[in-house]
Design a protein around this ligand. Sequence first.
Ligand code: NDP
Ligand code: 8X3
Length: 254
Amino acid sequence: MNRTALITGATAGIGEATALRLASEGYNLIITGRRKDRLENVKNELTSTYGVDVQTLHFDVRSHAEVTTAIDSLDANQPLDVLVNNAGLASGLDQIQDGDIEDWDKMIDTNVKGLLYVSRQVIPRMIARGSGHIVNIGSIAGKEVYPKGNVYCGTKHMVDALNQAMRRELAESNIKVSAINPGAVETEFSIVRLHGDVEKAKSVYNGFENLVAADIADAISWVLSRPDHVNINDLIIMPKAQPAAGQIHRNQGL
Ligand code: NDP
Ligand code: 8X3
């Protein structure tokens, strides 16, 4: 029987690439995001190319009411084999004394509270079935910090903590929990972080070979395809030219 994966934030970037990758492997999918038109476009591509079942759930992970309504709308017997907690963002790049409170709220509400709200609704279904695999998308920013990354790094450190907590709590229920922590991946991430400045966002990736969303989808696919007795707890995946958070070697060997 085909497995079903619920992927949050599948309208762009890593989530969309993961949806494509898992559909190519025969997964049925539940894809989520705020941009309804994008969700429908991704659904059409998945169903026409791979012939898998795809459901869309349109909600903002920051709204507890929207999250519960959306996930509770799924059939009670709908198997959820995999949850990819991917929806997230950075907003702004400032030192703390210059930080925009709205940016901080957005990052904390999305990356921390949103991940918790979704997990809170999905985990009981996995426990009831006695199986499941949760993949939390953290970041190198959850392992290290860098100037002007402050609040984003803080939220991703919390994802790291929640990933460890979930793994310790859910092993007794036969549920695997893994984190993937990428370095710089060229997606819409920097456009969002820089408040829509596309040119400046492009320059973030100048002069070195960044990761692409498919690299992370590949890692997620690998983590999910390990034998049942094997769990990948925590994976850091970086561009060769980025040995650490906030350190990028540009124009070397290009
Ligand atoms: P993108 O901006 O390309 O995609 C972000 C996705 O998250 C979109 O589908 C967006 O959907 C969704 N999302 C954002 N906010 C919300 C919200 N409030 N409610 C529902 N969905 C939301 O970025 P990436 O693909 O790069 O980012 C995906 C994850 O990877 C994030 O958690 C990010 O922190 C992490 N990451 C990214 C790295 C990078 O360098 N790109 C590196 C390390 C980690 P919509 O706007 O339609 O709601
Ligand atoms: C995004 C990667 O290096 O910009 O999580 O913090 S980085």
